[in-house]
Design a protein around this ligand. Structure first.
Ligand code: CTP
Ligand code: CA
Length: 220
């Protein structure tokens, strides 16, 4: 018999995904950023939509086209990303893939800062809110909350610490010491309360499909 739900196992589920970097303005022409391309988050949005989910993708500034069937909300800064995430609730599953800038300029100059032939005043920074940790404490906390962790060393220890500190259910730890950020492949370890899985290096769309398969298994 025809069984559409077998092929669309996330039908009826709202999946909320953040992706890409954020840009934190210093003045009208300068900003703080990082090397995230958004590729892993966009691949996850595509895989979740293919599995039948309703997908909201909150995207920082990236040069990628929107995957089919995905609702995309473009933002620039961490504060804008936080608001867009809250506005998208409720969600059944949230996957925070974005490389949110940890700091923003304490104050923005309304005019372009001019050079003066000497070292400038040091830039004063302030910490951005942790969107993932905030979602874990939110009254509409998604039933399955997944964070990513960009690490260059002691991957599992740092990821386990983040799982505990942020209050999410899984951490997908990326080894970003190579060319992962902006690259085509990803090598990840999945850390949960009960253990960890080490996946071989795979193309980002394949990491996305496997992660969606693991999510489907978890919520079944
Ligand atoms: N994250 C977030 N908001 C922030 C910083 C991070 O939601 N302001 C999320 C990321 O989207 C990711 C997870 O938290 O899912 C871990 O991000 P990461 O940068 O690895 O961790 P940090 O807690 O920022 O710690 P650090 O950068 O110092 O390692
Ligand atoms: Ca960080």
């Amino acid at each position: 018999a025809f069984a559409p739900d077998r092929h669309r196992p996330l039908r009826g589920k709202h999946v909320l995904i953040t992706a890409g970097p954020t840009h934190e303005p210093i003045d009208p022409v300068r900003y703080i950023a990082n090397r995230s391309s958004g590729r892993q988050g966009f691949a996850l949005a595509a895989a979740a939509a293919e599995a039948g989910a309703q997908v909201t993708l909150v995207a920082g500034p990236v040069h990628l086209s929107t995957p089919a069937g995905v609702i995309r909300v473009d933002v620039e800064t961490a504060l804008e990303m936080e608001k867009a995430v809250h506005d998208a609730l409720p969600a059944d599953i949230a996957i925070m893939v974005a490389a949110v800038a940890d700091w923003r300029a304490d104050s923005q100059s309304g005019q372009k800062i001019k050079k003066k032939g000497a070292a400038p005043e040091p830039l004063k920074l302030t910490e951005n809110p942790d969107i993932l940790a905030g979602l874990a404490r939110h009254e509409q906390r998604p039933g399955l909350l997944i964070g990513f962790a960009a690490e260059t060393q002691k991957i599992v220890q740092h990821a386990q610490a983040k799982l505990a500190k942020k209050g999410c259910d899984w951490i997908v730890a990326n080894d970003v010491s190579g060319d992962v950020m902006g690259g085509a492949n990803n090598s990840v370890q999945i850390i949960t309360a009960t253990g960890s899985e080490n996946w071989e290096q795979l193309p980002k769309p394949e990491v996305a499909r496997r992660l969606v398969a693991k999510i489907i298994e978890e919520i079944a």
